[in-house]
Ligand binder design. Structure first.
Ligand code: ADP
Ligand code: GLC
Length: 485
């Protein structure tokens, strides 16, 4: 089975969120199940700066917005991947540093429609072996709006590969105008409510849903939620009509990157047997990063952590609202890492300035600190209003850090509330609230903090439950293989 895996980001080459983790973990797991994978990415400048060995496979002329682009297809062998990574190089479109979708000032690149249309056109050419490499995929697997058009573009190939489209987040639809559509010279017959047309403009994500043979999303609960108006972003009708080809497959997490026993960022790594000492040492290391002299009293206090893109989806406003109350009522401290909307960045910085002894903030992207936070915190805050899958709650479970989540999407599929019933059934592993409100979050955190203080033996059991659960990619990769077949 040959699979062309097309995505707009993949760890460790380029990452803005969970998609990158999936585009790293899933193809590797598929490779381990004897799938012949080629991972295809745009050759962003940061990737070109990172890779050392490059082979030029060939060049293609690809139409963009009113102009042709001469692109090069590059092959690289990166130690993170046991298969070749292919890159679409076009310096006018991809030769930029930093966030792959946004200008450093925080607005979307104005030529995003052209950039990802060119990427998809090049990918379709490769799927048709336009370079004569003797490699044709049986399946083209594409991800999110950036690769949605590809699902339509391969339809005219002979032989036609089968197609699978994975929705990682319906909130990002890749919406553009009719004028852009015309400039891109996309097929006129796609312009219909059954195709890509969306409220007068068009949606690249919709192309993926409409044209792929099979559509998946990243958790069973989110697969159901997106068929409702509340979570459907206007696509729920389309998704209901495509329910026959829609599946929810929970993401895995990569054991080589996110494993407290082997994690190179931890000080020190630890297993379930040393969870108490291990987490204490990491809590100390984490607080020391913030320049604190860590006293035993400080170590005994509960530490609540958060690592997140700072956007409304993640419920960050609710976190901001409850922190002052919890600081007044309890002895808890907070470590918060994130970047995103400047409003939230500013609000977090203000909080840290108001409570310099108890709230520690890092604005920016920091992989090492995120790992240390997972290890050093006692509770992990993830009150997302919706969450297609979510990876951080699974990382938390693995690190013995009990997640506090709203009951939605992948959070509902992975976190089991520590009620007496679930605890006696041996399934409880965290804390769940059921209304997306500040009051519900606050109530749940009060409850969790009182259990932390008063019931350490029980707490260990919940930790153990999470730490010993199998979240590996293998099971999920097998489900994808079934669909490919
Ligand atoms: P999403 O993809 O919606 O952002 P996920 O939970 O699926 O949410 O994945 C987020 C990923 O990005 C995780 O690997 C998380 O650790 C990482 N991440 C998010 N923000 C930061 C940050 N500021 N620093 C380091 N890692 C971050
Ligand atoms: C998206 C979602 C997140 C998911 C990730 C990987 O970014 O917001 O919930 O875990 O994709 O599938």
């Amino acid at each position: 089975m040959k699979v062309l895996f097309a995505a707009s980001e993949a760890y460790p080459l380029i990452k803005t969120g969970g998609l990158a983790d999936v585009a790293y973990g899933l193809p590797r797991a598929l490779h381990d199940l004897d799938t012949e994978v080629r991972l295809l990415l745009p050759a962003y400048q940061d990737i070109l700066d990172l890779v050392t060995e490059i082979i030029v496979l060939g060049g293609l002329d690809i139409w963009g917005t009113g102009r042709n682009h001469r692109i090069r297809v590059l092959e690289t062998h990166h130690p993170a991947f046991p298969f070749p990574v292919w890159l679409i190089e076009c310096s006018t479109l991809f030769g930029r540093h930093g966030n792959p979708y946004m200008h450093p000032h925080g607005y979307d690149w104005p030529d995003n429609a052209e950039r990802f249309t060119v990427f998809c056109r090049a990918a379709a050419q490769l799927a048709g072996d336009a370079l004569g490499l003797g490699w044709r995929p049986d399946v083209v697997h594409a991800h999110d709006w950036q690769t949605g058009l590809l699902m339509g573009m391969v339809e005219t190939l002979h032989p036609r590969p089968r197609t699978l489209f994975t929705i990682h987040n319906l909130a990002y639809g890749g919406h553009f105008s009719r004028a852009v559509y015309d400039q891109l010279h996309l097929p006129w017959h796609w312009w219909s409510p059954e195709g890509v047309e969306f409220y007068g403009g068009f949606s690249m994500l919709k192309a993926g849903i409409a044209y792929a043979d099979q559509v998946t999303t990243v958790s069973p609960t989110y697969a159901k939620e997106i068929c409702t108006p509340q979570f459907g972003y206007g696509m729920d009708g389309l998704l209901r009509s495509r329910a026959y080809k829609l599946h929810g497959i929970l993401n895995g997490i990569d054991d080589s990157e996110w494993n407290p026993r082997t994690d190179k960022f931890l000080q020190p790594p630890y297993g379930v047997e040393q969870v108490i000492e291990g987490k204490q040492a990491n809590k100390k290391a984490l607080l020391e990063r913030y320049g604190k002299t860590v006293t035993p009293e400080m170590l005994a206090r509960p530490l609540l952590g958060l690592v997140s893109r700072l956007v409304e989806q993640k419920g960050i406003d609710m976190v901001l609202d409850v922190i002052p109350t919890l600081l007044a009522e309890t002895n808890a401290n907070f470590v918060l890492i994130g970047s995103g909307h400047s409003y939230f960045e500013q609000a977090l910085n203000n909080l840290a300035a108001r409570f310099p002894e108890r709230v520690f903030v890092y604005i920016g992207y920091n992989e090492a600190l995120a790992h240390l936070l997972e290890a050093g915190s006692d509770l992990f805050l993830m009150p997302s209003r919706f969450e297609p899958c979510g990876l951080n709650q699974m990382y938390s479970l693995k690190y013995g850090t009990l997640p506090v989540v709203f009951h939605t999407g992948g959070l509902a599929d992975t976190v089991v509330n520590a009620t007496p019933d679930n605890t006696s059934a041996g399934t409880a592993n965290g804390f769940v609230f059921y209304t997306p409100s500040q009051q519900a979050l606050l109530g749940t955190l009060r409850w969790a903090l009182s259990l932390f203080a008063n019931n350490p033996a029980q707490w260990r059991q919940w930790q153990k439950r999470g730490m010993t659960t199998d979240f590996s990619w293998e099971q999920s990769a097998r489900r994808y293989l079934e669909l490919y077949q």
